[in-house]
Design a protein around this ligand. Structure first.
Ligand SMILES: C[S@@+](CC[C@H](N)C(=O)[O-])C[C@H]1O[C@@H](n2cnc3c(N)ncnc32)[C@H](O)[C@@H]1O
Length: 378
């Protein structure tokens, strides 16, 4: 991973993109304006949230001050890494892997409404954090929530309603972008590259593609735009999140299934590609293994598993302390064990060979292939 990071460090925006033409200059300008304004928007929200939290803290029970276990990158280093991620993203746009991202472009009215909803939620999250309250979702077991796995029925990140309400789905993407300074979409899109390579070799209409734990459709939207004949299947345990994705994407090319990653409703050897973004750090170790086995079972031999999730300890050592802070600040009961999980080994044991792994800002992008030789041994 570190080597991948170092080689990426040589990438300066524009390097290797060829001589600038008017079209290219226009693309770069549009990209720069769009992404810079996103970063500014979410950084402003982050700063406002931080100040709000300081004020709220005076009236809340005092919680322990988080202590990092290792180095924490400063704001400048993080901005440099975001810029590097954007340079890669732009390069992929210019190479034709996917179109210019829209990244949740909102009307001013929708933006204002989402921003207000975000700020209305800040005091509730602060109160849960101060009281270490993360079981509200479990206490309220009316309706479909009662049938969901126990590990899932928690207020992950101390968020209101956990994964279990329309309001939570409505502000989820905004909250994540505040956390990642607007770089979430660019991290997700790293998973589109292998898909774009596959589409060059295989008629997209024949590809069976699943996004596992698709949430509100943050990756499915760009995938549908990039590959106009591809059909997609979104799988998630949250009905409200799937409902939001359905509304957002509104196309007959997208279908949605409420199901658990560890019990997939697909036949053996039936899927060409599975992507999965930001799921595995939220699963208990035992469930992670079951989910890998399920992915290996349903993929066709040679099928791809595209994994995007948080960096792990040692991927980019300068970030190790920041990673250790995350579960101290947010309710992330399985994150600490995630940090040292050996996914290459889990893949190997379940029939998935890891073929590449590289960092993308605070995420790791890993490509696995279902290897019939490993499957036979698994
Ligand atoms: C952090 S969100 C990531 C959502 C989306 N992939 C994204 O890029 O924003 C985690 C998602 O995983 C879903 N999830 C958690 N455990 C799951 C499981 N066992 N099976 C299926 N989905 C699960 C949640 O409902 C939620 O939508």
């Amino acid at each position: 991973m570190e080597q991948a990071q170092r080689s990426r460090e040589k990438t300066t925006p524009g390097a290797g993109f060829g001589p600038p033409t008017l079209k290219r200059l226009t693309t770069r300008t549009r990209y720069a304006v769009q992404q810079t304004s996103r970063v500014a928007l979410y950084k402003l929200h982050y700063e406002a949230m931080r100040r709000m939290n300081l004020r709220l803290a005076k009236d809340l029970p005092q919680s322990e001050t988080p202590v990092p276990d290792g180095p924490v990158p400063g704001p400048r280093r993080m901005l440099e890494d975001i810029a590097q991620l954007f340079a890669q993203d732009l390069k992929s746009v210019e190479a034709g892997h996917y179109p210019m991202p829209r990244d949740g472009t909102m009307t001013p009215r929708a933006l204002l409404a989402t921003s207000l909803a975000f700020f209305r939620d800040v005091p509730k999250v602060a109160r849960r954090r101060a009281e270490d309250a993360h079981q509200e979702v479990n206490e309220d077991r009316e309706g479909f929530a009662g049938s969901l796995p126990r590990y899932y029925r928690q207020n992950f990140h101390f968020q209101t309603d956990g994964w279990l309400s329309e309001e939570s789905a409505r502000i989820y993407d905004f909250q994540v972008d505040v956390l990642f300074s607007g770089a979430t979409g660019a991290m997700r899109r790293r998973a589109l590259l292998p898909l774009s390579e596959l589409v060059k070799r295989q008629d997209q209409r024949t590809i069976r593609y699943v996004d596992l734990a698709c949430g509100t459709g943050g990756l499915l939207g760009p995938a549908l735009s990039a590959f106009p004949r591809l059909k997609v299947i979104g799988v998630d345990l949250s009905e409200p999140y799937l409902g939001f994705a359905r509304q957002r994407l509104r196309t007959p090319r997208a279908s949605f299934v409420t199901a658990a990653a560890e019990n997939l409703p697909f036949d053996d050897n039936s899927i060409d590609v599975i992507s999965c973004v930001f799921l595995f750090h939220e699963l208990p170790p035992k469930i992670r293994r079951l989910a890998f086995s399920e992915v290996a079972r349903v993929l066709k031999p040679g099928g791809m598993f595209l994994f995007v999730d948080s960096l792990q300890t040692g991927d980019v050592p300068d970030y190790d302390g920041l990673l250790s802070l995350f579960p101290q600040l947010f309710h992330e009961p399985y994150y600490t064990s995630y940090l040292t999980e050996d996914f290459a080994a889990i893949g190997h044991d379940t029939g998935l060979r890891q073929v590449s792994a590289e960092p993308a800002f605070v995420s790791r992008v890993v490509r696995f292939v279902k290897d019939p030789d490993l499957t036979a041994a698994a």
